[in-house]
Design a protein around this ligand. Structure first.
Ligand code: ZN
Length: 404
């Protein structure tokens, strides 16, 4: 596997600047293209799965996190509060409290449940500067988060649905889970006390994992302070594990925020919160994609999907026209002009681009292209329109295959 920090700089995906600060990477255009493709995929797959998207601010009053329990259990990972006109605001360490308030802002009926609120939103972690680096240890995080507010008897089905989203996303991204971990509370004061509640939540997650036939390892001491969780672990080249995706069952925050809904019986009931992240943080997901694929991303994620290479300056107008048509069709395409080097040098420079379209005099005359695939295959010359349609279909299918 590759080092995402080195490749990130070599491929112009992201970088840092001491004036912006450690652990605060910025995304260059090619990196931003990968990130946008991934975020669009997530939003669309959530939309199809019945999630509704919201936006909420990255700041909140200190009191909000006192209610949620983050202040008590998580404050060493939070940025210090800022004084603002007599009150204190903090950069949020999670999105759950905001979503709990959005839930609470309206009277809720059992007919609205399960209510799945999703947000790709910013959150902040006060990591120490010694451990910062690349996209994996950062202070500013874009979280692919969602909270499902549901009744107790809907929890298993919702957790199952979240696991299905995770598995489909891994397939589309061409990555694999190293293992599934059931994270339970360990010894120590970090965990909210209520053993009965914990046992119930843990049993629900075990039920889902076993019904799905997913092998897992139970591990104590890794749970969130508010409840047990299924963590989907990924591993880097050195075998170091990190959590990418998670499904958590929480009875605690609904009680803290006094959340309720009116049941079919006309009485007030307490919903359960299922927290889930399909790709966890966008930063960690892209770091892992870079390491697994060495920059040769699946076509739908590639920063440049089609490199158009005119053999000589004479075919430059046709090359520019093809790029325009690709862009019009929703693809990311660029010309690699003769001024950038010999044809061989340009083909090597574009080796990570899934499709290279070479245009010589014969192709230019017939509105054709000679296609080279990143994996070395060279399908015959095609009409330009057919290349656009075929690449468009591959990209639209969001799979790992290059030329079905
Ligand atoms: Zn949450």
């Amino acid at each position: 596997m590759h080092d995402h920090r080195r490749l990130g700089r070599e491929l112009d995906l992201f970088d840092t600047d001491p004036l912006m600060g450690a652990g605060l990477p910025y995304w260059l255009p090619d990196g931003a293209a990968v990130r946008h493709a991934l975020e669009s995929y997530i939003r669309e797959s959530e939309r199809r799965a019945g999630y509704r998207h919201v936006h909420s601010p990255v700041l909140g009053k200190r009191e909000l996190y006192e209610i949620s329990g983050h202040w008590e259990h998580y404050s060493e990972d939070m940025f210090p509060p800022m004084d603002l006109g007599g009150e204190q605001v903090v950069l949020r360490p999670s999105l759950c409290p905001h979503h709990a308030l959005i839930y609470r802002s309206r009277a809720r009926s059992h007919r609205e449940l399960p209510l799945r609120l999703a947000e790709l939103g910013g959150m902040y972690r006060a990591e120490l500067s010694g451990v910062l680096g690349g996209l994996t240890r950062v202070r500013s995080i874009q979280l692919n988060d969602a909270h499902i507010f549901c009744s107790l008897d809907q929890v298993a089905e919702e957790a199952r649905g979240a696991l299905a989203l995770i598995r489909r996303a891994y397939e589309a991204m061409g990555i694999e889970a190293a293992r599934y971990r059931l994270s339970l509370p360990g010894a120590g004061g970090k965990y909210v006390t209520d053993p009965a509640m914990w046992q119930r939540a843990g049993a629900l997650l075990v039920e889902v994992l076993e019904a799905e036939g997913i092998p897992y390892e139970a591990q104590e001491g890794e749970a969130a302070f508010y409840g047990p969780k299924i963590d989907v672990q990924i591993a880097d080249g050195a075998g170091r594990e990190a959590t990418l995706s998670t499904v958590q069952v929480d009875f605690h925050q609904p009680a803290r925020f006094d959340l309720s809904y009116i049941g079919a019986d006309g009485a007030k009931h307490r919903p359960v919160m299922v927290h889930r992240a399909v790709i966890g943080s966008v930063e960690r997901a892209v770091a892992h994609l870079i390491e697994v694929h060495g920059g040769a991303f699946p076509a739908w994620l590639a920063p440049v999907q089609v490199a158009v290479l005119p053999v000589s300056d004479a075919e430059l107008p046709q090359a520019e026209e093809l790029v325009r048509r690709c862009v019009e069709a929703g693809l990311r395409a660029e010309v690699a002009a003769p001024v950038q080097g010999t044809l061989g040098a340009r083909i090597r420079a574009a080796r990570l681009v899934p499709y290279q379209a070479v245009i010589g005099p014969a192709e230019a005359a017939g509105d054709q292209v000679s296609v080279r695939l990143r994996d070395g295959r060279r399908p015959v010359a095609l009409p330009a329109a057919e290349l656009i349609a075929r690449v468009g279909a591959v990209v639209g299918a969001q799979g790992a295959e290059l030329w079905p």
